[in-house]
Every structure is written in structure tokens, then in C-alpha cells.
Design a protein around this ligand. Structure first.
Ligand SMILES: *Cc1c(COP(=O)(O)O)cnc(C)c1O
Length: 456
């Protein structure tokens, strides 16, 4: 068959436990929006029908993971669950020093606080919101150095998570001595869940090491990134996800991880490194902020479930379905000509709100407006990734004004996804009537979580 078939990917699992969901009436949804001050983070989950706010910590665990929880050895120190977790992560990444944390941002906190000083510069392909905040809180400057194709939602460039190596080389030359680490985020969450190629990772690693600067990964969605490398990069089709992972991690000096993504757990994370001195400094902070190094802010049973989840995330049937689900929504939206970041990413569809609502000026928040409207139309919760999350100055404009439909892992079926596409299509059909939104109150940092809004 040629082109998109609009046939949904078949779930590579059957359902053993169910959780009821219910669609509120239009009047109830309107009341919920008002009460939430038009910030979808303030909705209660019963007010949401299909929740695509995030893929973080929202996965369904497998029967094997639930069974693993029963093997919890809740010893304060030296739990056997830690040993299994450690073996799994070290086997996967080859990083010799490992600290568990309760989630990704705790790993970022411990990593950056141990490494950065005021005036430092941290290049990344594109910073995620919490990563950027941790860099800033340590007095350093986050710089995005992603390839320029990443800023063109219509470009089909297959590796929009790649670092612009020319820009990176210039930063390392001009800011010599001020860059204590270079990071790459796999996949590029802020820019559409887009992967980096192995070739680009190799070049970045070489550039960093020539300049004597360590190279770290934000490996939250490393398995999805490896899947794209397998599909799109020459000579990789016969390699397993584990083998591709080994090649990726061999290039880096360490990583931070939110296991709420490709760890397939509801809470958990870690930081890993090859640098013994850094490890010792991080371990001190870990004990102050998270807990003893053999549990790091988690129940020991969580470490066991994480070890199983990290293995399951490499399964090719699982990844075919996962990435296939995202592509399926993309194909349904493409059939209507609805603009989103192409090609479809690994964990979600990112609607191009700027192109969806070209008549809404940036200061009237087209992304926020669109995400509110998608909830109003069908009870589907999404998240703005644009001016509210990243914008600065009066008009709050960002290079990309997006609305992310993040797909939780193993949670929704193809009919849920078809419903989501239909909901977006109905908003698309009446887009000319949408006017925009005003931000009526906001906090200093990470304001998207708590800001209040009013419709215009
Ligand atoms: C989710 C995420 C984080 C932070 O992880 P949490 O577990 O939410 O604290 C960091 N980087 C990226 C790319 C992420 O997607």
C-alpha cells in the first residue's frame, strides 16, 4: 500500500485491568475551565476525558512491573532492589557511577549544583523547561544550539534534534573556559520529540572531547531516539535498541534520566557518570536532598519496577506501537491539512499553534488559546509549549508556538486517538472564531504550571 493507510497500529498487549473515564457535558467543561482559571494544569483529572498533558509518569505499568513491586526489599541501605537496578542501568549505559533520584529534575538539581558556577554557559540542543531552570538557578546561562531545521515545523528533516555543530564549535571557541558541560536532550522534547542521529552524537562527542569539555545526555527518551536511529540512519536497521544504546552511551560522559519516560514507571530517575570526583560531590548532595544512595528518594520496590521498565522500553514491538500511535494521529491530522511539527515525533504530536491561529497575535497566546479550545471541544487535555512556557518580554513570542499532545505509554487505544484527532479537527473547522487569551497572573519562574488566564 502507498502512503498513509489510516489503519491504526494494533496494540501489542491485551488489557487486564481497566480504569473508567467519563466525558463531562459541555456546560460542566465550561465550569471546570472557569474554576481552573483557564490553566489546564489546574483541572482535576475527573474533569479530563483523554489526558495528553504529558507522557511523564503517566505510563501503564506491565504485569511484570506490578509483580516486581511485590519483590520490594525495603531496607534503608543495601537493598537487593538497588543491586538489580544498578546492574540494569550499568549494563545498559556502561556508566560506572550511578545515583537513583525520585525523578528527572532531582537528577538535574544534583548534577548541575555539583558542576556549575556563576557565569558558566551550558549548550544543549534544546533545553527542557526544568533543565533550563536548574542551569539558571546555578547562575549559568542555558544556550540552545539545535539545527535550524528544528524551527521550521514543515521541514521533514529526519533528525531535528541534532546539534548545530558549527554553532557548538563557535561557542566552545568564543567562551573557552566557561563551558563546564555540553548536553544533548534525547529526544528533543521542547522541539517536537525529534531525535538526534548517531552521526551527530559522534560529532558532538568528538568536538567536546577535543575541547576538553565533558558531554552529557538528558536520556529521558533515549529508547525512542534509538528507535528513530534504527529506522532512519543508514546501516542501523539490523541493530537492536540495546546495541544502538550502547553506541550512544559510549560517546558520553554521563547522563540524567527521568524514568517517568523511557523507564515506564510512574516515578523515578537517576544520574550517572564516568567521573568519580563528580560522583562523590553528587553523592553528598543526594544524601541531603534525596536520601541514602541505595534508594535516592524512592521506595526500594520502585527501583525494582524501574529495572523492569527500562528493559521493556527497548522491546521493538512496544516501540513500533508507541511511535506508531504518534504517527497515526499525525496521519489523521495530515488528512485534514492541520499544521503540526513534521515529521511526527516519538512521544507526541506538536500542533503548530502559530499556523493554526495565524490571526491571533503572539501576545494573545495562540498556543494557550488552542489548548483551552481543545479541552472545551472534547475534554482532551494538552499543554502549551510556546510563549507561556518559554516566552520573554512583553509580547512573549517564541520561535515555536506549539501545543503538545503527549501520548502516555500503553494507556490509550487507537479509538481514543481517533477521538482526539476528531476533536482537533472540530476546533480546526471553527478556528476563525477564536480570539485569544490574556495571562492575568504569573509566577517568576516555570509560570506555566500556575499562571491564571482570561479569554479575550
Ligand atoms: C520530563 C523531563 C525532564 C524532567 O524530569 P521529571 O521526571 O519530570 O522531573 C527533564 N528533561 C526532559 C527532556 C524531560 O522530558
Amino acid at each position: 500500500m502507498e502512503g498513509p493507510t489510516l489503519l491504526p497500529p494494533v496494540e501489542p498487549f491485551r488489557i487486564k485491568v481497566v480504569e473508567a473515564i467519563h466525558l463531562l457535558s459541555p456546560v460542566e467543561r465550561e465550569q471546570a475551565l472557569k474554576r481552573a482559571h483557564y490553566n489546564l494544569f489546574n483541572l482535576s483529572s475527573e474533569e479530563v476525558y483523554i489526558d495528553l498533558l504529558t507522557d511523564s509518569g503517566t505510563s501503564a505499568m506491565s504485569d511484570r512491573q506490578w509483580a516486581a513491586l511485590m519483590l520490594g526489599d525495603e531496607s534503608y541501605a543495601g537493598s537487593r532492589n538497588f543491586r538489580r537496578f544498578e546492574q540494569t542501568v550499568k549494563g545498559l549505559t556502561g556508566f560506572p557511577y550511578l545515583l537513583p533520584t525520585h525523578q528527572g529534575r532531582a537528577a538535574e538539581h544534583i548534577f548541575f549544583s555539583s558542576l556549575l558556577k556563576r557565569g558558566d554557559i551550558v549548550p544543549n540542543n534544546m533545553h527542557f523547561d526544568t533543565t533550563q531552570e536548574h542551569v539558571r538557578r546555578n547562575g549559568a546561562v542555558p544556550l540552545n544550539a539545535v539545527v535550524r531545521e528544528a524551527y521550521d515545523p514543515r521541514s521533514e528533516y529526519p533528525f531535528k534534534g541534532n546539534m548545530d555543530t558549527g554553532v557548538l564549535e563557535r561557542i566552545l571557541r568564543d567562551e573557552k573556559g566557561k563551558v563546564p558541560v555540553v548536553m544533548m536532550t534525547l529526544t528533543n522534547n521542547t522541539g517536537g520529540g525529534q531525535p538526534a542521529s548517531l552521526k551527530n552524537l559522534e560529532e558532538v562527542s568528538r568536538i567536546c572531547h577535543t575541547a576538553g569539555v565533558p558531554f552529557y545526555l538528558d536520556m529521558c527518551r533515549w529508547a525512542e531516539n534509538a528507535y528513530f536511529i534504527r529506522k532512519r540512519e543508514e546501516g542501523m536497521a539490523s541493530k537492536s535498541i540495546r546495541e544502538i544504546g550502547a553506541e550512544i552511551f559510549a560517546l558520553a560522559d554521563g547522563a540524567t534520566m527521568s524514568a517517568k519516560k523511557d523507564g515506564l514507571v510512574n516515578i523515578g530517575g537517576f544520574v550517572a557518570t564516568r567521573d568519580e570526583k563528580l560522583f562523590e560531590r553528587m553523592r553528598e548532595l543526594l544524601i541531603v536532598y534525596e536520601g541514602f544512595p541505595t534508594y535516592g528518594g524512592l521506595a526500594r520496590r520502585d527501583l525494582e519496577a524501574m529495572a523492569v521498565g527500562l528493559e521493556e522500553a527497548m522491546d521493538i514491538d512496544y516501540l513500533d506501537h508507541r511511535v506508531g500511535q504518534v504517527r497515526y494521529i499525525g496521519d489523521l491530522l495530515d488528512a485534514e491539512g492541520i499544521p503540526f511539527v513534521h515529521p511526527p515525533g516519538g512521544h507526541g504530536i506538536y500542533l503548530d499553534a502559530g499556523a493554526f491561529l495565524p490571526h491571533v497575535p503572539r501576545e494573545n497566546l495562540p498556543g494557550q488559546t488552542l489548548s483551552i479550545e481543545i479541552y472545551r471541544e472534547g475534554g482532551v487535555r494538552t499543554v502549551e509549549i510556546g510563549g507561556v512556557m518559554f516566552g520573554e518580554g512583553k509580547d512573549m513570542s517564541t520561535r515555536l508556538e506549539l501545543v503538545r499532545l503527549a501520548i502516555p505509554r500503553r494507556v490509550y487505544t487507537a479509538s481514543h486517538l481517533a477521538y482526539v484527532a476528531e476533536t482537533v479537527k472540530r476546533v480546526w473547522e471553527r478556528r476563525d472564531n477564536l480570539r485569544g487569551t490574556r495571562m492575568s497572573s504569573a509566577s517568576e519562574s516555570l509560570r506555566h504550571f500556575t499562571a491564571h488566564f482570561e479569554p479575550l
